[in-house]
Design a protein around this ligand. Structure first.
Ligand SMILES: Nc1nc2c(ncn2[C@@H]2O[C@H](COP(=O)(O)OP(=O)(O)OP(=O)(O)O)[C@@H](O)[C@H]2O)c(=O)[nH]1
Ligand SMILES: [Mg+2]
Length: 285
């Protein structure tokens, strides 16, 4: 399966980010904690230049805590600020705000030196569906921007003013314009940043099962009530087995499409367990 997904609105979104960069003091770079490396967008290297950047590892409630700790150590080791947050943690709000406040913001310092005081302007960027708008709503304490469990919910830019001297710019999700490494594209599909509609869903689910067999066999076996031995079979066999066990049948035969959607959905919602698909060492990072 070859995945390529760069719809027209993403070119527009990258242009929007580039056009607004001169007004920004700090960037909140949101990464899905289940696949942080896949969430890096090489296009940002050029656009964000030397702006201070806080990496926000989001959806930590769905990720493997041990691996999340490894990612935080990795960011520290390269001198970058990174924080872990999730929708279910109230402490996330203060952590994000204080990280933006602590980032060294040359633009604000220059203004202060001239006696001018204004709010810090933070731009929130990241791949589709990583939780940018949710983070903004959590910070503002209300539904300031639209969120949804599919990629491409935010279409344009939107400024949200918070009381305490912080203004946030929500941006649409953007991706790598071309995936040299299909492993990255697959991980983005599994975490919901690439639309299911652009792939062969059965093949996609089999690829996910292959990864889970390698990385988290115990969780997979437990969720689908299988013996560990059974995971020695092929992912294709496993998907059929899932179809049978979950009653995804058409005229008594396994309905692989339904089983594939079910498998991907259970992974995305964290029902298989707290899982991270990437560890820093694998990416030479
Ligand atoms: N479990 C969990 N779900 C989250 C978290 N943050 C966001 N979500 C969910 O992830 C989905 C996507 O959230 P959005 O805030 O719309 O993501 P986005 O990055 O703004 O997406 P685009 O606008 O499409 O680029 C929603 O269903 C959220 O409820 C989190 O920390 N944990
Ligand atoms: Mg959004």
């Amino acid at each position: 399966m070859y995945i390529q997904w760069f719809p027209g609105h993403m070119t527009k979104a990258l242009r929007l980010i580039e056009e607004n960069i001169t007004n920004i003091d700090v960037v909140g770079y949101v990464l899905d904690a289940r696949a942080p490396f896949a969430c890096f967008n090489p296009a940002f290297d050029k656009i964000l230049k030397d702006l201070p950047c806080v990496f926000v590892l989001n959806k930590c409630d769905l990720a493997d805590d041990t691996v999340t700790a490894k990612w935080i150590s990795y960011f520290k080791s390269i001198g970058m600020d990174a924080i872990t947050v999730s929708i279910d943690k109230h402490s996330s709000v203060n952590l994000i705000k204080s990280s933006f406040a602590a980032a060294p913001k040359k633009s604000i310092e220059r203004l202060k030196a001239r006696g001018v005081y204004r709010a810090t302007r933070a731009m929130i960027v990241g791949v589709p569906n990583c939780g940018k708008s949710t983070i903004i709503n959590t910070l503002s304490g209300k539904k300031s921007t639209l969120v949804g469990d599919k990629p491409g919910v935010t279409k344009g830019k939107q400024w949200i003013r918070l009381d305490e001297g912080l203004e946030l710019l929500d941006t649409p999700g953007t991706l790598w314009s071309k995936f040299e490494d299909q492993n990255i594209a697959q991980n983005l599909l599994f975490i919901g940043s690439i639309s299911d509609a652009v792939v062969d869903i059965i093949e996609g689910a089999q690829l996910l099962l292959a990864k889970l067999i390698a990385l988290y066999p115990h969780l997979l076996a437990k969720r689908f009530k299988l013996e560990l031995e059974a995971l020695k079979n092929s992912p294709a066999w496993l998907l059929e087995e899932i179809a049978k066990k979950r009653g995804c049948l058409i005229k008594g035969q396994p309905d692989l499409t339904r089983a594939a959607f079910l498998t991907l959905d259970e992974f995305k919602k964290g029902k298989i367990g707290k899982i991270t698909l990437e560890i820093p060492a694998d990416y030479g990072k």
